[in-house]
Design a protein around this ligand. Structure first.
Ligand SMILES: [Zn+2]
Length: 113
């Protein structure tokens, strides 16, 4: 008889204590005694202009003409941007645009394609 928590992976009751961790002999899972329930800290959620959740690698479309700082170039509305990378900053999308190169965009000016 033991009062250890069941294995979170396979729900075996045969778990035992080993120092700071619980160990499941059936599937080999080990987990911390301090946090028997894994706490997931949710990362920042990035949303496009329409409220869709964006993820790394998404393709988005620019929804308005964007003037480029320090150049005469304009990224036209409707430009497709492939393989975006999300970063936690003011301009939260890192990307590469054909003809322009690497740059940062704001998620509020794009829509998931
Ligand atoms: Zn197990």
């Amino acid at each position: 008889m033991n009062d250890f928590p069941p294995c979170p992976t396979c729900h075996s009751q045969l778990t035992y204590e080993d120092g700071d961790v619980y160990v499941c002999p059936e599937c080999g899972h080990e987990w911390s005694r301090q946090a028997t329930v894994p706490t997931e800290t949710p990362g920042k959620i990035f949303r496009d202009a329409a409220g869709n959740v964006l993820q790394d690698g998404d393709t988005v479309t620019v929804i308005k003409d964007l003037k480029l700082k320090g150049s005469a170039g304009v990224i036209k509305m409707g430009t497709k941007v492939k393989n975006i990378r999300l970063v936690d900053s003011d301009h939260d999308i890192d990307c590469k645009i054909d003809g322009f190169g690497a740059m940062s965009l704001k998620s509020e000016f794009v829509k998931k394609a």
